[in-house]
Design a protein around this ligand. Structure first.
Ligand code: HSO
Ligand code: ZN
Length: 423
């Protein structure tokens, strides 16, 4: 990495930073095929794909009991950490549960009612990205929302990560299935003999999973199409370069294609961050992944001419994780409406939100934060509007309704109002 100036970024450099996508195009056709086979053949297709892709001969697809056993057998320290994180996630999400309301305005009683979806499917990745924390982040908001049936799919393996299984159990999942990849998304969306179909499918995954979510969207709801992890640090001269670098290296550890960016108006800080990143990458267990992420075109340390330029950059970037390490962080945040989750001040590393503050870490990437937030209770709730009119209230509105109905050529609409005033 070296320091580049925001102002001097060329079109290709800007595109690499701003046009981040989940990279699903390359696998779209294969994924369509997998989804179609699951719809046609159900469990038979799931077992065939497990053998073909995961090299596992799957007996029972349903492993709900194994999740409970994994929890019981789990080492005390990890179990305590999962429970501590789960408690914090639960209480933060409980604050999000919306309340029904009714209000009478000019004789019109109006309101909104919120009800949970009946069922939800959560994908919990396996392999090197088997994050027990993500299982908590997917299942807990759904259960807090009141979803009756929350099912989790996680890839089959000789030994499925016991910590992930235990986290799924702690989060309160109602069913757990050993099925991974695009076939898992298809099973949760359309159902098989063993897997019951769900109303919404959520959770992060590799590009096969993401492409499958794009494929089933419309038939079922999904959360959003998430790509590799991202962090943008907005820093001024008061920031500690070692801490900025530590947060960049942490998210770089996720994925070779992770996008880690810092922007500052202080050139000396920028130089120090570049140096610290290099030092901190050395000797990391996942050094190769970290280095690939730091060196890819979607990562950068940028020098802005002013904090205003840094703020404009941040808003255009619309980061999954936005860290602000600056004197007037609240004022800067005010000027950056687009971000998935925000971390303010030197003692708020992104890793704290990844695991344990209670906020959700399933967040929109690729600029999705311009239009949506991360997983929350809202994801699992539908709203209904309600109205009751008094006779006088209808009388007050009748002229407006009948005039608009006739202007639209919908005479029966107008008549349905007039009928109420015949005697
Ligand atoms: N930062 C990741 C979530 C995660 N971090 C899981 C650690 N484990 C994407 O938001
Ligand atoms: Zn992370």
């Amino acid at each position: 990495m070296n320091v580049r100036s925001v102002q001097a970024l060329g079109p290709d450099e800007r595109a690499a930073l701003f046009d981040r996508d989940a990279g699903v195009d390359a696998v779209r056709d294969d994924v369509s095929d997998i989804v179609a086979q699951v719809r046609q053949e159900g469990d038979v297709a799931l077992r065939r794909f497990a053998s073909e892709f995961d090299d596992v001969e799957v007996g029972n697809v349903d492993i709900t009991d194994a999740a409970e056993r994994a929890y019981e057998e789990l080492d005390g320290d990890v179990r305590d950490a999962i429970e501590h994180a789960a408690d914090n996630i639960r209480s933060f999400h409980e604050r999000q549960v919306p309340e029904d309301w009714r209000e009478t305005v000019d004789g019109r009683e109006l309101g909104r009612r919120f009800r949970p979806l009946d069922s939800a499917g959560v994908y919990a990745p396996g392999g090197t990205a088997a994050y027990p924390s993500s299982a908590l982040m997917g299942v807990i908001p759904a259960k807090v929302a009141g979803v009756d049936h929350v099912a989790v799919a996680t890839p089959p393996a000789e030994t499925i990560n016991p910590v992930t299984l235990a986290a799924i159990h702690v989060a309160g999942a109602d069913a757990v299935y050993q099925v991974g990849g695009a076939q898992a998304i298809a099973a949760l969306a359309y159902g098989t003999e063993t897997v019951s179909a769900t109303d919404i499918v959520v959770g992060p995954g590799n590009r096969w999973v993401t492409a499958a979510k794009a494929e089933v969207r419309g038939d079922v709801a999904i959360d959003f199409l998430a790509g590799p992890s991202e962090i943008l640090v907005v820093a001024d001269e008061t920031a500690d370069p070692d801490l900025v670098a530590a947060d960049l290296v942490a998210q770089a550890e996720h994925d070779e294609n992770a996008s880690v960016v810092a922007v500052t108006d202080d050139e000396t800080l920028a130089e120090a961050v570049v140096e610290a990143v290099d030092e901190q990458a050395a000797g990391r267990e996942r050094e190769a992944v970290v280095r690939s992420a730091l060196d890819n075109d979607a990562s950068a340390v940028l020098h802005a001419r002013s904090m205003s330029e840094a703020v404009l950059f941040a808003e255009e970037y619309a980061a999954e994780h936005l860290s602000i390490q600056a004197d007037d962080d609240e004022e800067l945040l005010e000027r950056i409406p687009s971000a998935g989750s925000v971390f303010l001040g030197p003692d708020s590393p992104v890793a704290a939100g990844d695991y344990a503050t209670g906020t959700n870490h399933v967040l929109p990437t690729g600029g999705g934060a311009r239009v949506t937030g991360g997983l929350s209770v809202d994801t699992f709730v539908r709203s209904t509007t309600v109205q009751r009119l008094s006779h006088d209230a209808l009388a007050d509105l009748s002229e407006t309704i009948t005039t608009l109905a006739e202007a639209e050529g919908l005479e029966a609409h107008a008549e349905s109002v007039r009928k109420r005033f015949e005697d």
